[in-house]
Ligand binder design. Structure first.
Ligand SMILES: *[C@@H]1O[C@H](CO)[C@@H](O)[C@H](O)[C@H]1NC(C)=O
Ligand SMILES: *[C@@H]1O[C@H](CO)[C@@H](O)[C@H](O)[C@H]1NC(C)=O
Length: 354
């Protein structure tokens, strides 16, 4: 009798363990899919590349040579050029993703080499507002918060959401643009009540300390930092293992693109890294010393055609053209209206009913 009871108890326990582990596995699978989506990263890297285009007319009308492929059909809402600080970003609607896309350009100064050298010396010199002990780099923070980009983007996002409602917001950028994209994603969730924000950056530098990173992970859980091979920029400003409280620290989650193989047999492995932000088996496992790995992600070029100038090409006769008192350029429109009309035509089965 006693044996039988034992047997029943044991069987129940085994059943319990088995079902529990199955559940755990499923959860993990879902999480994984939810967090990194290769196709989405490939689409967003094309947006991160397009924002480098200097011809504003082509970019605004989405007719540039980079405005193609997986970003076809993108509806630009606002293109902002901060002329004073040589920054550029846009906001629009990707109808196929059913999402607002925000993309930030990386540095376009005189030399990427100089910009990278400067990164070594960036200080943690600003307390992030309302986050005790969270320190960030003032320059990166200000490039988003204290230029014409921040207000321009918020305004465009608001106008788009007024029409489209609560659709996803996807924020992207490469290099310095990734740093600005990160501050933007955090600002949208923290200060503007937008909770479906997804961030994917490419080759971005570190932007804050470990305390900042842990706040960041909490507020922007759907964040991916893609790093590529030996790209030097994700290694900067430096991380000092022995000074955890004084050092820069990446937020999660890194996905490391690593080329392995010999000769013609090269495979790219996409390594999903741990939740620490500083996984020692990802890009930190190699000496980050490559500038060329910084400039190409997923085979897409992430720099301007003509390097080292803040030159702008555009026709000033465009209706959408405005400048602010400081001379910054904003190209703005309400494209969604067209889309709604088009949709209404489709839904009603013809123009006659309009
Ligand atoms: C990945 O993203 C693409 C584009 O948004 C989407 O079509 C696809 O369903 C996603 N895949 C998964 C597994 O979520
Ligand atoms: C914001 O920028 C202006 C000039 O563009 C500068 O004078 C001011 O100190 C900046 N403020 C902060 C908090 O960075």
């Amino acid at each position: 009798m006693e044996r039988r009871i034992w047997f029943v108890v044991m069987s129940l326990m085994v059943l319990f363990v088995v079902s529990e582990s199955r559940e755990l596995k499923n959860n993990k699978q879902e999480d994984h899919n939810h967090i990194y989506n290769h196709t989405l990263a490939q689409i967003l890297v094309e947006y991160a590349s397009a924002v480098y285009v200097a011809d504003l007319t082509e970019l605004f009308t989405w007719t540039c040579s980079r405005c193609n492929d997986m970003t076809k059909g993108f509806e630009m809402v606002e293109l902002i050029v901060d002329v004073q600080n040589c920054l550029q970003a846009f906001v629009g609607v990707a109808h196929d993703l059913n999402a607002i896309v925000i993309s930030f350009r990386g540095t376009q100064g005189n030399s990427v080499q100089n910009w990278i050298e400067d990164l070594f010396w960036k200080q943690l010199d600003l307390n992030y507002p309302q986050m005790p002990d969270a320190m960030v780099h003032h320059g990166f923070y200000s490039a988003y918060h204290n230029t014409s980009l921040g207000p321009g983007i918020l305004n465009a996002v608001q106008r788009t959401r007024d029409v489209f409602g609560d659709i996803q917001v996807m924020v992207t950028g490469h290099s310095m643009g990734g740093a600005m994209a990160s501050f933007c994603a955090l600002d949208l969730t923290l200060n503007h009540g937008i909770h479906n924000v997804q961030l994917i950056t490419f080759g971005q530098p570190r932007i804050g300390n470990a305390i900042f990173a842990s706040y960041f992970n909490k507020h922007v859980p759907h964040a991916i930092r893609v790093t590529n091979g030996h790209d030097i920029v994700p290694h900067l400003p430096p991380y000092y293992y022995y000074f955890p409280s004084k050092t820069y620290h990446h937020f999660a989650k890194e996905v490391w693109l690593n080329n392995i193989g010999f000769g013609r047999q090269i495979y790219t492995i996409e390594k999903i890294c741990d939740d620490s932000g500083e996984d020692p088996t990802c890009s930190r496992s190699v000496s980050g010393n490559s500038v060329s790995d910084h400039l190409t992600y997923y085979g897409i070029m992430l720099k301007a055609d003509t390097w080292g100038s803040c030159k702008i090409i555009m026709s000033k006769t465009m209706d959408e053209y405005q400048t602010d008192p400081a001379g910054n350029i904003i190209l703005s429109r309400i494209p969604i209206f067209d889309q709604i009309l088009k949709k209404r035509v489709q839904d009603d089965g013809g123009i006659s009913s309009l």
